[in-house]
Design a protein around this ligand. Sequence first.
Ligand SMILES: [Fe+2]
Ligand SMILES: [Fe+2]
Length: 152
Amino acid sequence: MNLFDLIDVDHVNLKQMMAQLLATAAGDVDERAELRRIFGRDLTIHMEAEEETLYLDLIDVDEFNLAFEALEEHMAMRFMLERVEQTRPADTRWIATFRVFSDIMNRHLQSEEDVIFPLARSTFTDEKTQQQGQRYIEAKRIATAKLAGEGG
Ligand SMILES: [Fe+2]
Ligand SMILES: [Fe+2]
């Protein structure tokens, strides 16, 4: 699969988990905690892999600084994800924190899908996006191993 097919699969999964989390109630403590753990892990891996492939390559050719904007959004998401992870799932405030997080994440996914990917598709050759797909898989493998090493 090329880079964009792989990222699409991740986005579908992440959006699905985000919707599930938004639908949890404060009483669903175990479900919320478990889903939050998997979501946080998968999102972290996804962002690292994008940074090592898509954004690394795009920075050289991106005259509008869109890549930097997207990377700033990754930083904002990491910050908010930390708050989501530090707030107790049973806390009534948790869903408020997660909603703000999801607003930032939705904005980011939309700008990737509507602006960044079309720009990248028009910039990179088919051969390049296939190679990037391989690098993306490898970057995910490394990020996964790193998280497992950290006990995440
Ligand atoms: Fe991203
Ligand atoms: Fe993404």
